[in-house]
Design a binder for this molecule. Structure first.
Ligand SMILES: NC(=O)c1ccc[n+]([C@@H]2O[C@H](COP(=O)([O-])OP(=O)(O)OC[C@H]3O[C@@H](n4cnc5c(N)ncnc54)[C@H](OP(=O)(O)O)[C@@H]3O)[C@@H](O)[C@H]2O)c1
Length: 327
């Protein structure tokens, strides 16, 4: 795939270095667009990209670009995806896809009408270890799942703090990292919770710094998700079934899991990433585009919108309204 990168921030750099490591698979970087030409040029030099543009529009208009990776702050994804789709580009857009489901639906509809591929870059969904864990649950190895817990937190500091909490950019811990927890739960449960309750601590920016969410499912099982960008919290997840448990250290980057089954020795299953974990979602985009699909059948628009709706419902239950957000 011939990729264009829209924005030159932190995650755009990670994506660019992943594509460089995938050149032997036919992935290439052809252009980058930034709000400022100088940022685009610096980024282009660093990642050996031949074309640098000082606007997102010019990037979207480049006929050499087949697919655009959108890496702007959350509240901008909708308009950036719109721009790229309207210029006939396939799009991989960073998580969280949009800040409400109406925007997401419009984008998926537009991609489908125009015959273009569109996917939210929820890279963890494609981790090989998650696939294996799902298989274990489906096969009943752990018995009936009674409880899942996951937690993830770090301290957003310096300039990063401003951006991550900024209400006008769709900030806060839930959308920034809570989405990984909710996606993990949804992937394993294959359904959204029946009900939820929560505790939240808001930041001085009017967005959430910490929350603990408790979910109830129709089969009587429960889940807990803790997310914070105000304090260090170990990343881990535990799945508890009637016949055993699975523990994932660093679950968002999970490359191994510890399986404890009743009356058996503990086993550690290893699934090392090929590059850095981003490669699986990139392969999915290329596979789907080459197969002329407009959406992934592994991480579908319905999956993306189900997670988006839960994020929205939780946020609204806190009375949290982004600056500039329409009702
Ligand atoms: N997949 C992951 O592991 C992962 C990790 C972190 C973040 N993310 C997601 O990726 C997106 C970007 O996060 P990031 O950490 O890369 O952010 P970042 O370092 O702040 O970069 C965001 C970029 O967006 C552009 N931008 C456009 N309008 C902006 C505005 N008003 N304020 C600030 N930047 C603006 C800027 O690029 P130009 O100046 O070049 O236009 C900026 O460099 C977010 O949606 C985030 O949730 C994903």
């Amino acid at each position: 795939m011939r990729w264009g990168i829209l924005a030159t921030g932190n995650i755009a750099g990670k994506f660019a270095s992943t594509i460089l490591a995938m050149e032997n698979e036919g992935e290439t970087l052809v252009a980058v667009g930034s709000r400022r030409l100088q940022s685009a040029e610096t980024f282009a030099q660093k990642y050996h990209i031949s074309k640098a543009y000082g606007s997102y529009e010019e990037l979207a208009q480049d006929p050499d670009v087949e697919a655009v990776y959108v890496a702007t702050p959350n509240s901008m994804h909708y308009e950036n995806c719109m721009l790229c789709l309207s210029h006939g580009k396939h799009v991989l857009c960073e998580k969280p896809f949009t800040i409400n489901v109406r925007q997401a639906q419009e984008l998926y509809d537009m991609a489908s009408q125009k015959g273009l591929f569109l996917m939210e870059a929820l890279w963890t969904w494609f981790l090989p270890l998650y696939g294996k864990l799902r298989d274990l649950l489906k096969e009943g190895t752990l018995g009936e799942i009674r409880q899942i817990t996951c937690q993830y937190g770090f301290v957003a500091a310096g300039a990063r703090r401003e951006r991550k909490f900024d209400s006008s950019l769709g900030g806060g811990a839930l959308l920034d990292i809570g989405i990984y927890n909710l996606a993990f739960l949804y992937l394993l449960k294959q359904e959204m919770p029946k009900t939820f309750t929560s505790q939240v601590r808001m930041s001085e920016y009017g967005t959430d710094a910490y929350s603990k969410l408790l979910f109830d499912y129709t089969d009587g099982s429960v889940a807990e998700s803790v997310q914070t960008i105000g304090e260090e919290l170990e990343r881990n997840a535990t799945v508890i079934g009637t016949k055993g448990t699975v523990f994932l250290k660093d679950f968002q980057h999970a490359q191994s899991m510890t399986v404890r089954l009743e009356n058996q020795e503990e086993t550690v299953l290893e699934y090392p990433e090929d590059i850095n974990g981003f490669e699986y979602q990139i392969r999915e985009v290329t596979r789907c585009v080459r197969a002329k699909k407009t959406a992934s059948d592994c991480y579908t628009p319905e999956d993306s919108m189900a997670i988006g709706k839960l994020l929205y419902d939780i946020r609204k239950s806190w009375g949290m309204h982004f600056t500039g957000e329409e009702d």
